[in-house]
Each structure stands twice: as structure tokens, then as C-alpha cells.
Design a protein around this ligand. Structure first.
Ligand code: B12
Length: 213
């Protein structure tokens, strides 16, 4: 199997050739879902390094953008690895990045994976106000809600969204999962979500569990 040990380092160094070289090798070898998920977690580690270097003033916004581009390309290539053939429908989910937050790479990874698992996903996009979640849930009759965010302020937006679900009388009929680099067990409790994760594959396992699978 392709050696993934340098993947996080290459991602952190914004070494596009290095990252895509490893991913191409993985695809050529016909790697499976486990390796695909492992590669995504290594890329995520590398993105944390990018974030740390940005905070230290060594990387700039342009570097964040470039990192996002490399990651998106790598994830596109990984898609066939994690693709399945599920035809069974497990449930309907409304998914979005919460108000004030424009980050969507992690959300898109989770979207792909949870769709492959059998959920019908209505992705409402980025920077979505609580009302947008409420409206889409009413429109689709969704039983699951996924909220994504990586900015610290996203935690407030997630709490406001859960409050809006309560006000609309929807909360008790829904399973709510939050994800993104900023979420924690403590935040999950404060927000009033049912589950949290910083790992898309784990998020899929949780949702499948709720659907009895
Ligand atoms: C790439 C990036 C950007 C790109 C985003 C491109 C895009 N289309 O998303 C751009 C350049 C646009 C950007 C902009 C900004 N960014 Co930025 N960005 C990042 C960076 C480096 C990586 C984020 C990322 O994609 N990670 C990789 C993905 C795969 O990880 P993930 O999102 O956690 O997702 C995984 C899981 O969490 C999970 N998941 C995600 N969502 C969901 C949802 C559900 C339901 C489930 C189950 C699972 C799940 O699945 C994924 C796969 O496992 C982070 C650093 C970091 N450590 O996060 C900073 C970071 C988030 N950014 C930061 C900042 C400050 C900004 C800007 C304010 C910069 C500026 N001055 O303009 C703006 C903010 C714009 C806004 N209002 O949102 C800070 C946030 C600080 C804070 N505490 O709030 C960070 C932490 C960098 C830092 N250390 O300073 N950024």
C-alpha cells in the first residue's frame, strides 16, 4: 500500500506534488475505503498544521486558500476509494455550515460519505442562518440534521440553530450531529446536539447507528 506517513507533512508544507503523488498511488493500487479514510485523516492533520502556521503568522490567507485547493483536489481523487454501492435509503438529512462560517471542505467530505452510506442529503451550503435549517427540515421532512463549522463563533451559531429547532417544535423529532475542528463533547452538551465528531467516518457510523444499521 502507498506510504501515508508523509501525507500530513506534505499537506502542512503545501507540497501539492507530494500530496497528489501519494493519493494517485493509492488510487492506482486500488486501495479501499479504510485506506481512503486513513488518507483523509492524515490530510486533516496536515490542515491543522496549516492552521497553526497561519496563527503564528508564518502562513497567510493566500496559503489557507491554496491549502483548501490542494485538499479539495486530493479529496476528489479519494472519492472512488470511499464510494460504495448502497441502494438502501437510511433517512433524510439536512446539512449545512452554520451562520458566520464559510468553511465547507469538511462538510463536503462528510456529505459525500454519508450519502454513500445511504442518506438522502439536502446540503444548504455555507453561512446558513437557523431559519434556513428550520425551513429545509420542514420542506423535506428530514429526521437528521448535520451542522458543520470550524470557527469558534460557529459554536454560538450551532446553539442558536438548535434553539430555533426547539422553537419550531422540531427538536424532539430530530437527531442532531455537529462536526468540524472546533467541536468538543462540552460544546455538544452546551449546544444541545445529540452527537459530535471531528472525523467524518465516525459521523457516518453514528448516523448509521441511529438508523439502526
Ligand atoms: C482551509 C481554511 C480556510 C479556507 C476555507 C476554504 C473552504 N472552502 O472551506 C479559507 C481561506 C476560505 C479560510 C478563511 C478563513 N479562515 Co480558515 N482555515 C482553513 C484551515 C487551514 C483548514 C480547514 C479545513 O478545511 N480543514 C480540513 C477539514 C477536512 O477538517 P474539518 O473541517 O474539521 O472537517 C472534518 C471533520 O471535522 C468532519 N466534519 C466537518 N464538518 C462536519 C459536519 C458534520 C455534521 C459531521 C458529522 C462531521 C463533519 O469531517 C471532516 C473530515 O473528517 C483551518 C485550520 C484548521 N485547523 O481547521 C483554518 C481556520 C479554521 N481558519 C481560521 C480563520 C481565522 C479564517 C479567516 C477569519 C481568515 C481571514 N482572516 O480571512 C477566514 C474566515 C472566513 C469565514 N467567515 O468563515 C482559523 C479559525 C480561528 C477560530 N478559532 O475561529 C483557523 C482555525 C486557522 C487558525 N488556526 O487560525 N480558511
Amino acid at each position: 500500500m502507498a506510504d501515508l506517513s508523509n501525507l500530513a507533512q506534505f499537506m502542512g508544507d503545501l507540497d501539492e506534488e507530494g500530496v497528489l503523488g501519494i493519493i494517485d498511488k493509492l488510487v492506482e493500487e486500488g486501495a479501499g475505503a479504510n485506506e481512503g479514510n486513513e488518507a483523509i485523516m492524515e490530510l486533516q492533520k496536515g490542515m491543522n498544521t496549516v492552521g497553526d502556521l497561519f496563527e503564528k503568522g508564518e502562513y497567510f490567507v493566500g496559503d489557507l486558500i491554496f491549502a483548501g485547493e490542494i485538499l479539495t483536489e486530493a479529496i476528489e481523487k479519494c472519492k472512488p476509494l470511499i464510494a460504495g454501492t448502497t441502494t438502501e435509503k437510511l433517512g433524510v438529512m439536512v446539512l449545512g455550515t452554520v451562520h458566520g462560517d464559510l468553511h465547507d471542505i469538511g462538510k463536503n467530505i462528510f456529505k459525500n460519505m454519508v450519502e454513500i452510506a445511504g442518506f438522502e442529503v439536502h446540503d444548504i451550503g455555507i453561512d446558513q442562518a437557523p431559519e434556513a435549517f428550520v425551513d429545509k427540515i420542514k420542506e423535506t421532512g428530514a429526521g437528521y440534521v448535520g451542522m458543520s463549522g470550524v470557527l469558534t463563533l460557529a459554536l454560538d451559531s450551532m446553539r442558536e440553530t438548535v434553539d430555533a429547532l426547539k422553537e419550531a417544535g422540531l427538536r424532539d423529532k430530530l437527531k442532531v450531529i455537529i462536526g468540524g475542528n472546533c467541536v468538543t463533547a462540552e460544546a455538544c452538551k452546551t449546544i444541545g446536539a445529540d452527537a459530535w465528531t471531528t472525523n467524518a467516518a465516525e459521523g457516518v457510523r453514528i448516523c448509521k447507528g441511529w438508523a439502526g444499521k
